[in-house]
Design a protein around this ligand. Sequence first.
Ligand code: SAM
Length: 355
Amino acid sequence: MDFTDEELLRIRPERMASAYMEYRRSGYEFIYRAALDNGVLAELETPLTVAQFVSRHGVVPGKVAVAELLLEALNRCGAVRRVGDQPTRFGAVADYAPPRSIDDELIRLATGKSSYRELGYSGSFGRVVASLTQEERQALSGFDASNADLWDQGMQLPYYRYARMSAVHTLVSTGADLLDLASGTGLGLLELARHANGGSEGRFIGVEVSADFVRVSTERTADEPRTCVVQGNLEQPLVLPGARCFDGAMLVGAYHYLRDSTPMWRSMRRLVRAGGVVCLAMAYFRTGSYDQELVDLRYAQRNPVAHPRTRAQVIAEAGAEGFVLESEFWFGCFGWLAFRRTADQYVSDDMGKTS
Ligand SMILES: C[S@@+](CC[C@H](N)C(=O)[O-])C[C@H]1O[C@@H](n2cnc3c(N)ncnc32)[C@H](O)[C@@H]1O
């Protein structure tokens, strides 16, 4: 089921958040079934510490952290409970059964699939559990050409597109000169071009670290003369001509890949005009929400490593460079936050100059 951009934008954030959460609930159900099928729950009939479970199950040294995240996820969904706290042991809940059936209508809204059984989750979570005893890494990894189609699929799931489209919507109502930071395979750039106000005005510049994705997105946007993609690493100062000449920027699905966000915010302070906007979308946070353990488990399988932050940390990171939080919505541990650039009298930029 494909939603048009307009259909997506008519959905309220709370409704999409419920759909997203149902999607994660189905993930927990698959994790539970994989744990059952792989004998994990049988082993936990007698409560075990993480170390005891690792030894009993034969978890390989490189997967100890994943095993712990699995136990935390099973605890979150209710199939396992914590017993004691020094050290914590995890015990199977004898009469556990998933509390209610999955709402396929919400799954369709979040993922476009007609039922949660179509999600292909049983395979992927089955592998997460089965591979605890195998050394090789099961990862959707690498932002390179060999994974471009896989990333494309994920970045077109309706709930993810919804977050990106909401950023596009906010940016185009702010102005015509816009940046797509970590622009990936170019989906966001095309959406900016499609929805830009002011007809043929404006320019949409993508910044992307992966040479492969720069190539894929350049090809994808070739028919749209207002777009261009430059290779750049957001962990370093962004070299683009012109100070404060952009109306806004979005960073979708990537804030958590920045080990240090300071260069990015400094670049935004230098490049975005006063009153302009920077939108973070699908940013992985540490919120303690229901989906946290499941998402932590998924990110633990991936490369590059992600760095979830707290809301307070991100507000402080943005605030240090003159950006104030204006609006937000949440899909569990994924935040959507729009920051407005304040007018300041005197700033020094990240290239060491003052203005
Ligand atoms: C999940 S994809 C999101 C792509 C795009 N924003 C979208 O939503 O369609 C994450 C992107 O972040 C890019 N990325 C990760 N670290 C980066 C960095 N330090 N500088 C620039 N891009 C980065 C990756 O190469 C990848 O294209």
